[in-house]
Design a protein around this ligand. Structure first.
Ligand SMILES: [Zn+2]
Length: 131
């Protein structure tokens, strides 16, 4: 990443306790994304310019991309009642300390199952756009 986005992961556990998830969909495989989240943790993203957004699949999840280098920073679900997301762990300074990634198949889940699963697994996400 180019450094124009600031990423914070507030996790209740030590970073070494986490196994990032690799989604076996084409979008994520092509970009070599490892997702990291903790339902009791919080993700905070900050950038001067608005994040770029991309939708995949059913269009429920929003991928947040760096406005400068277009690297995927996180995936999120921005709902009416709650917003959750998962971080692209490859951008963390401490990425070398996490466990081996686990491959999962979110594409096997239907719409409702996905949202339920995200709510169980993902972190509260905060996106701040200001300089
Ligand atoms: Zn960037």
């Amino acid at each position: 990443m180019c450094g124009s986005v600031s990423i914070q992961f507030y996790s209740p556990k030590n970073i070494t306790a986490y196994s990032p998830q690799k989604y076996d969909c084409q979008y994520c495989m092509q970009r070599c994304i490892d997702y990291l989240s903790d339902p009791l943790g919080q993700i905070s993203l900050a950038s001067c310019s608005p994040f770029l957004e991309e939708k995949q699949g059913f269009g429920q999840a929003t991928f947040l991309l760096c406005p400068s280098c277009q690297g995927v920073v996180a995936v999120g679900y921005i709902g009416k009642d709650f917003s959750v997301g998962s971080l692209n762990a490859t951008h963390l300074n401490e990425v070398d300390k996490v466990q081996r990634n686990v491959v999962v198949s979110p594409k096997a889940l239907d719409r409702t199952e996905k949202i339920t699963r995200w709510r169980e697994l993902w972190s509260e996400i905060l996106v701040v756009v200001k300089c």
